[in-house]
Ligand binder design. Structure first.
Ligand SMILES: [Zn+2]
Length: 352
């Protein structure tokens, strides 16, 4: 079954919502380990898509339960290189996605946001698999890995229990599982192929395009409005510190050089020009440990003060934006249609 998604309408930010989200309420809240650090690294566009119809995953052998329940199509399995276990494990796709949702989004974000996260994670997973992720050397032959900096964060109930105690771990897992079950098999597709449904923690006003970050235009990864309020990060450097951190990028600048910021269409820093050298906003972000490329700079008493908005690369679904939309009463389909315009929801098991 295919459900046509309509492009999301422009969102208005209600005052109440603004107040609610003003402080991202991180204090005392369960934050998945990977949540604030998710960054796809480099090989996002790794490999070419396999020909349509190529079998990329194997159905699990029917269990007695599945035989009884004729209606339920067979689940796919995936292989994951677990860094913690130091070996490749085989999991049902839905079980894997449950661990990803638990690892990537606080369950307090709301049911519809969690469902959107489940579909985005499933889509991203199917995209990676379809693009030969098993050939990535660090995967040791597995289709995926548990490194949030590389694939997606994946946590088990046991790992959560070690960290948060049984009760919290069970609560997180039940909510994650419910979002996965409610969207079983659903992925985003674009022109019949799994969509590269990347996501990030938060953006200020506008998300970023894939083209601006990775240099490749992806029709459904374009800049769109996003409703969340973000708490700025303020980072202060002396000229000497800045010069040291940026030296690897060939930056040499004197006291009289005032860095100039050049912005892209989404209002993020495309380049910082230091005298005769210009460095991409992405490199400056990395060198200085800024949360995003959405920053401004003022120089005060010889100190370079960066004010940074949002968290992450800014491409695809904003998780805080999804939270805000869910709080506004939007469904997960509306959330996904907004952040991935032009995509469709398709069920990989061929049923709703
Ligand atoms: Zn990986």
């Amino acid at each position: 079954m295919k459900t046509r998604l309509k492009p999301g309408s422009i969102l208005s930010v209600g005052a109440a919502l603004a107040v609610m989200l003003a402080a991202p309420a991180l204090v005392g809240m369960y934050i998945p380990g990977a949540f604030m650090y998710i960054e796809p690294q480099g090989d996002l566009f790794f490999g070419a898509a396999q020909p349509a119809g190529a079998v990329v995953t194997e159905p699990i052998a029917a269990t007695n339960e599945a035989e009884i329940e004729d209606e339920m199509p067979e689940e796919l399995t995936v292989t994951v290189f677990s860094e913690k276990a130091g070996r490749v494990i085989t999991l049902g796709l839905e079980e894997y996605i449950t661990g990803v949702v638990a690892g990537e989004m606080p369950v307090s974000f709301g049911d519809e946001a969690l469902k959107a996260q489940a579909v985005a994670a499933r889509s991203y997973t199917m995209y990676r698999i379809a693009h030969g992720s098993e050939n990535i050397p660090s995967h040791q032959g597995a289709q995926l890995c548990s490194d949030p900096k590389h694939c997606k964060a994946y946590v088990t109930r046991e790992e959560l229990a070690e960290k948060w105690g049984n009760e919290t771990a069970n609560n997180i897992f039940e909510k994650a599982r419910a979002s996965v079950e409610a969207t079983r098999g659903q992925i985003l597709t674009y022109e019949g192929e799994p969509a590269l449904a990347v996501f990030h923690a938060s953006s200020n006003r506008l998300t970023e395009s894939a083209e601006a970050v990775w240099g490749r235009h992806v029709p459904y990864l374009v800049s769109v409005e996003t409703p969340e309020e973000t708490e700025p990060q303020v980072a202060v450097f002396t000229r000497g510190e800045l010069a040291d951190l940026l030296a690897p990028y060939g930056v040499k600048f004197s006291d009289t050089d005032l860095p100039q910021l050049e912005f892209d269409d989404a209002g993020r820093v495309a380049y910082v020009v230091f005298g005769e050298t210009s460095v991409s906003g992405k490199d400056v972000r990395e060198a200085l440990g800024l949360r995003s490329t959405d920053f401004s700079l003022v120089i005060l008493d010889g100190e370079y003060i960066f004010t940074v908005r949002g968290y992450g690369h800014g491409v695809g679904m904003s998780q805080y934006g999804a939270k805000a939309m869910a709080a506004e009463g939007k469904t997960y389909m509306e959330i996904l249609a907004h952040y991935y315009p032009g995509t469709q929801i398709t069920n990989i098991y061929g049923s709703p």
